[in-house]
Design a protein around this ligand. Structure first.
Ligand SMILES: [Cu+2]
Length: 87
């Protein structure tokens, strides 16, 4: 699973443009997009992250690689659950 954050993806039109771009690289890729989180997840057996990022760029967007697709969208910085241990 390869994941990108695409902050300039703002509507359903962007979603379909990016989906089409990714399918152009690997027509069998599984594409999952969370528009609210600006998150694009791709499951591809033949394309690597760089090719997929290039496809998104070619479509006119700015993908940022996300380390883990399973990481929470709003990961908290370490330092205590309520902030009391952050100093
Ligand atoms: Cu759009």
């Amino acid at each position: 699973m390869i994941a990108f954050e695409v902050n300039d993806m703002t509507c359903g039109h962007c979603v379909s443009t990016i989906t089409r771009a990714l399918k152009g690289v690997d027509k069998d890729a599984k594409v999952a997009i969370d528009l609210a989180a600006h998150r694009v997840q791709v499951d591809s057996s033949s394309a690597d992250a760089e090719e997929l990022a290039d496809a998104i760029k070619d479509a006119g967007y700015s993908p940022t690689p996300v380390a883990s697709a399973t990481a929470p969208v709003a990961a908290k910085a370490s330092g205590g659950c309520c902030g009391c241990g952050s100093r």
